[in-house]
Ligand binder design. Structure first.
Ligand code: PAF
Length: 280
């Protein structure tokens, strides 16, 4: 069994990385790992000679009203899970390492960051693309693994890597769900039992729209309306958006003709959850 090595500083990371066999697969995370993260680590293990995981709760992708301070953390448990999943190196940089005093450089992806999560969470993607660029610069992986659960994030990172000619292959892993359909998320821990039950409206409404699509429904407004109705019927749910968009451009559709993305953000009590499904 491999032994997980843990580093904090960038020089220690670089020294440890230099000793690892290539290709290096990288899984960036914010910790409090669940089966979704571990599926990325296992895929990285299969597809790379070495696996590096980072845990960093990135303050710049949280709005002042978001849950940065409350974001769940358990480094010891995470390290044990990573060791078991076969990671070689865990990097846990501090905020001072990632954002030294007088930090002034940002990475911004334009069009793809405008709708959906970008519209509801201004500045979020600027924080994500900046930190992911910094993580990539430090780790220098050949491959990086992200989850389809954050579908727009995956699209934005693919775009950024293409636009900036980063020599990194981006691999997207399917959403991992609980047995009853709830998409795994570190934020699920905020839900009380009644909210946990109510949270099923996300996957249920996506499943209903997918089933209508399979029966031939191609009108995007009808599919959006169907999802909206199911969510609004749940008293603990507050809909932020539902979308039926082109998979590549993320522009809202009138008719579904090619690969499309159904997605949504819903508050269950005070917890904001997202989920999606790809059609076509
Ligand atoms: O998906 C996440 O956990 C974060 O957005 C990421 C990619 C680790 C950047 O902070």
């Amino acid at each position: 069994m491999n032994v997980l090595r843990k580093v904090v500083g960038i020089k220690d990371l670089r020294d440890a990385r230099a000793a690892l066999p290539e290709p290096v697969g990288f899984v960036p995370t914010m910790g409090f790992l669940h089966e979704g993260h571990l599926s990325l680590v296992r895929r990285a293990r299969e597809q790379s000679a070495s696996v590096i995981v980072s845990i960093f709760v990135n303050p710049t992708q949280f709005a002042p009203t978001d849950d940065l301070d409350a974001y769940p953390r358990d480094l010891e448990r995470d390290a044990a899970l990573l060791q078991e999943a076969g990671a070689d190196l865990l990097w846990t940089p501090t905020p001072e390492i990632m954002y030294p005093p007088n930090f002034q450089t940002w990475v911004d992806v334009d069009g793809l960051t405008q709708p959906l999560e970008g519209e509801k969470r201004p500045g979020h993607f600027r924080g994500v693309t900046t930190v992911v660029t910094k993580l990539f610069n430090a780790v220098q992986p050949q491959k990086a693994f992200f989850g389809q659960k954050d579908a727009q994030q995956a699209a934005v990172i693919r775009q950024m890597v293409r636009d900036l000619n980063m020599p990194i292959e981006i691999l997207i892993q399917p959403i991992v769900r609980e047995r009853d359909g709830l998409a795994m998320s570190s934020r699920n821990t905020y839900l009380n039992p009644a909210e946990r039950q109510a949270a099923l409206v996300l996957s249920k409404s996506l499943a209903a729209a997918q089933s209508a699509y399979k029966k031939g429904e191609r009108n995007a407004e009808t599919l959006r309306g169907m999802m909206e109705e199911i969510i609004k019927a749940e008293p603990l749910a507050r809909l932020e958006y539902v979308s039926c968009a082109d998979y590549d451009t993320l522009e809202e559709l009138r008719e579904l003709t090619g690969k499309s993305l159904l997605s949504m953000a819903v508050y269950i009590g005070r917890t904001r959850l997202i989920d999606n499904r790809v059609l076509g």
